[in-house]
Design a protein around this ligand. Structure first.
Ligand code: SF4
Length: 208
């Protein structure tokens, strides 16, 4: 039996979406503007996008707000330029909850178990929100990051989506088709703020 990669599954799903009479709705998890700029450009032609910013892993609060504001500026400009209406949903900051959980694996290197716990906490909330609010699709931009485990992201998210009858999962690997290089070009052109650590207090210490 042929096994499809996550990128091939993505392409296949886009072909299905193109056949529809109207764009389906997509709740897109975005962690920051640098990771989101290229996926948003790619997806805007196929979906009515709402961005879900639920990244209470980010420490401290000022950094949480700075990343959100950078994303908001990018999205507002894109909406104006493309005459589209990407919406932004910002969740309350609940960093203590993340610190309690991730602190159990504080000495892990980035990309290991601590990160899988971090993805899971954010993605469960994302999928519950999408299901409750009747979105058609769910996806996360985080598969673009070099430091993130694309296979685990897809596996965890797909696992939550499979428990909901009314929701579809959009597999992704935004690194493909030169995604990283395209994102770097946008970041440079837009003079976009780009952080030097992943987000949690443990990754901040690791980066110093
Ligand atoms: S390094 Fe990033 S993904 Fe990993 S636990 Fe910290 S914030 Fe989450």
């Amino acid at each position: 039996m042929r096994v499809f990669t996550n990128y091939q599954k993505f392409l296949k799903e886009i072909e299905e979406v193109k056949k529809l009479d109207k764009k389906p709705s997509l709740l897109l998890h975005c962690c920051c503007a640098p990771c989101s700029c290229y996926p948003l450009l790619l997806l805007k032609d196929y979906f009515n996008i709402s961005i879900y910013y639920n990244n209470s892993n980010i420490y401290p609060l000022s950094e949480y707000n700075l990343r959100y504001d950078t994303l908001k500026t990018y999205v507002n400009n894109l909406n104006k330029k493309e005459k589209i209406d990407i919406k932004l949903i910002k969740k309350d900051y609940e960093n203590e909850k993340f610190n309690r959980l991730l602190g159990k694996r504080k000495d892990d290197k980035e990309g290991s178990v601590r990160c899988f716990m971090c993805y899971a906490l954010r993605y469960k909330d994302l999928v519950d929100y999408a299901s409750k609010n009747h979105y058609d699709y769910v996806c996360s931009v985080m598969t673009i990051s070099r430091q993130k485990n694309e296979k685990m992201i897809n596996k965890i998210l797909e696992g939550y989506v499979s428990k909901k009858n009314d929701l579809k999962y959009l597999y992704s690997n935004f690194k493909k088709d030169g995604g990283l290089e395209k994102a770097q070009k946008i970041i440079k052109e837009e003079k976009m703020y780009s952080q030097n650590y992943c987000g949690c207090m443990f990754s901040m210490r690791e980066a110093k």
